[in-house]
Write a protein that binds this ligand. Structure first.
Ligand SMILES: *Cc1c(COP(=O)(O)O)cnc(C)c1O
Length: 397
């Protein structure tokens, strides 16, 4: 099939909910993707932070193939080995006590919201169900997680939304206190606001917030759907903030390209979601869990150092372009935001990247977001950087 035929069929048979780039992808290897007419793209997007091991990683392919041949699905009515070993790995390496597996970030966030409300209900009874989230956050596309998202643009069309969320300013304890009340049970935040513009929280703020939550017995919930599973150079981003949340969600990169997500919680919450209170048919699926086990195996301590080094190299190289368009470069590990100056035509710069076969993402109103595969090679990084240099230092047309 040609690209044009594909595109025509998409427009005819698929709900047009996405503004896709004018690119079709047929296959990939490492951090390089190939189009239907032989185009070669350097991938600084990883399918939005999902393809953590890039494409065609031999150990990942073998784990998926072997598990698919052995046992694909059983539901959660039965024990299987992959999800149990995965839960053990995740808990051991995160300091958490127990896992619940889901299939996507929004669904995992629904789970953590249920966990917080039931924790409070079990202990304090009705009335303590409000969750504080932050302005400019992003937590998902379900009716509840849209409302958890602290951006007005997401609170349209789909009324009525789920009640019980209030929004505080990021990096502002006074704003958190102003939104507080005797109806609150938890605070839920991203440590680096991903969709909101790759905006890292201040360490000070996060530590004060953790102490505040501990004092009031509010659950401290962290959405690590984008920042988790090695993306920022530690298994979870909170490990670099010197805090231990009560619960955390993960999704995107966990299974290296298969749908998987989950909630991890500490000792205090391990029995909150008791039998009959929460479930999923697919969650913890053996193939996804086998894939995730391989991802965790690859993401050892040495690999975390490499991710930090590659991220630092990427940020320093971009800053060194001296681009007239760039205000600042920020992020942690291989989660990088190139923040553009006010008035710069971001779409033109992004299109120029695509015209030069570099896949990038956007975030917030004026950020170009880079989420390369965590295994990206120095050569592939340099190839992408060469395009960024050309695009970010060219004269405006
Ligand atoms: C992507 C994302 C989500 C939503 O995940 P889906 O898998 O698309 O449902 C939620 N929170 C954060 C921080 C995300 O980056």
């Amino acid at each position: 099939m040609t690209f044009n035929e594909l595109k025509r069929l998409d427009h005819q048979y698929v709900m047009q909910t996405y503004g896709r780039f004018d690119v079709a992808i047929e296959r990939g290897q490492g951090a390089t993707l190939y189009g239907f007419e032989g185009q070669e793209y350097t991938d600084f997007a990883s399918g939005i932070g999902v393809a953590s091991l890039g494409y065609g990683h031999p150990a990942w392919v073998k784990a998926v193939q072997d598990q698919a041949a052995k046992l694909a699905h059983t539901s959660n009515l039965f024990y299987t080995e992959p999800y149990i070993r995965l839960a053990q790995q995740l808990c051991t390496r995160s300091g958490m006590a127990a896992a619940f597996f889901a299939n996507g970030g929004g669904e995992a966030n629904e789970g953590i919201i249920k966990l917080a409300r039931k924790y409070s209900f079990d202990k304090y009874g009705k009335g303590r169900s409000t969750i504080l989230t932050l302005h400019n956050s992003f937590h998902g596309r379900t009716i509840t997680t849209l409302q958890a998202t602290g951006q007005d643009v997401f609170h349209q069309y789909f009324f009525p939304f789920t009640e019980g969320f209030r929004y505080a300013e990021a990096n502002d304890m006074d704003s958190v206190r102003a939104q507080d009340g005797d109806d609150v049970c938890a605070v839920f935040l991203e440590l680096i606001q991903g969709e909101g513009g790759v905006l890292p929280m201040d360490k000070d703020f996060v530590q004060q917030l953790a102490a505040y939550c501990a004092e009031k017995d509010y659950l401290l919930l962290v959405d690590e759907v984008q920042t988790g599973i090695g993306r920022t150079g530690s298994l979870f981003c909170y490990q670099q903030y010197g805090i231990l949340p009560d619960a955390v969600t993960f999704a995107k990169g966990i299974a290296g390209g298969l749908p998987m997500a989950g909630v991890l919680c500490g000792e205090k919450c391990r029995n909150v979601l008791s039998p009959g209170t929460h479930a999923t048919t697919f969650g913890g699926n053996p193939i996804a869990a086998a894939a995730a086990l391989t991802v965790l195996e690859v993401l050892d301590d040495e690999m975390m150092n490499t991710i930090q080094e590659k991220g630092a190299y990427l940020r320093a190289s971009i800053a060194a372009f001296g681009s007239p368009y760039v205000e600042t470069v920020r992020g942690m590990g291989l989660m990088v935001g190139i923040v553009l100056k006010d008035g710069v035509d971001r779409a033109a710069l992004v299109n120029a990247c695509y015209d030069n076969n570099l896949l990038v993402l956007t975030a917030g109103p004026k950020t170009i977001r880079l989420l390369p595969p965590l295994v990206i090679s120095k050569e592939e990084l340099d190839k992408g950087l060469a395009v960024l240099k050309k695009v970010l230092t060219q004269q405006p047309s």
